[in-house]
Write a protein that binds this ligand. Structure first.
Ligand SMILES: O=C(O)c1ccccc1NCC(=O)[C@H](O)[C@H](O)COP(=O)(O)O
Length: 181
């Protein structure tokens, strides 16, 4: 659905407590379904690097996206899995720690909460980074113009209910994001 609508990467959430969490056999089935048409990303929170990397291998994803990792855990994840996207929040550390991409997200990932992009006026990441947090089809174009990220990530802003993606909203989001690049 998301690929058809224009997504370049597909995030598969494997995090206890999330309305979007899936088990590893389901994650594997999603990766097989994508079949190389987009970058597949296993999104983890609350698990240590070893089981996270093991889960990423089992799911067969291209990228492991880690939430809540400090520098030490990020370094360990990098030893265990080749492609790491590190999620941080506006008050977090933007210095590159070896990750392929930094995701600047609201402190409560997947909550749909926005954060104040003016925080980027004080400091910006020096490496490639992606914007997330409360984006939706109506605000993403403005956010891209203001923040100038390398990419955007969305979850609840393209859902009709928590965990239920909406094709029309994904289409509108992708078109709006592309219109401002
Ligand atoms: O989406 C979740 O439920 C989630 C749970 C635990 C860790 C990360 C999670 N999502 C990570 C993402 O990359 C979301 O797309 C990102 O936080 C943006 O979410 P939203 O503000 O809802 O668009």
């Amino acid at each position: 659905m998301a690929i058809e609508a224009g997504a370049d990467a597909i995030g598969i959430v494997h995090a206890a407590g999330s309305p979007r969490t899936v088990d590893l056999p389901t994650a594997r089935a999603l990766v097989d379904h994508v079949a190389g048409r987009a970058t597949t990303v296993l999104v983890v929170k609350g698990i240590a690097p070893e089981p996270a990397a093991e889960a990423a291998r089992e799911a067969g994803v291209d990228v492991l996206q880690v939430h809540g990792y400090d520098r030490e855990r990020t370094g360990r994840a990098l030893e265990l899995f080749p492609r790491i996207w590190r999620a941080t929040s506006p008050g977090g550390d933007f210095d590159p720690w070896g990750e392929e991409l930094l995701l600047i997200d609201s402190p409560r990932a997947g909550s749909g909460e926005r954060w104040d992009l003016r925080a980027l006026l004080q400091r910006r990441p020096s490496g490639p980074w992606m914007l997330a947090g409360g984006l939706d089809p109506d605000n993403v174009a403005r956010a891209v113009l203001d923040a100038r990220p390398a990419g955007v990530d969305v979850s609840s802003g393209v859902e009709s209910a928590p965990g239920v993606k909406d094709l029309e909203r994904i289409r509108r989001f992708a078109a709006a994001a592309r219109s401002s690049t």
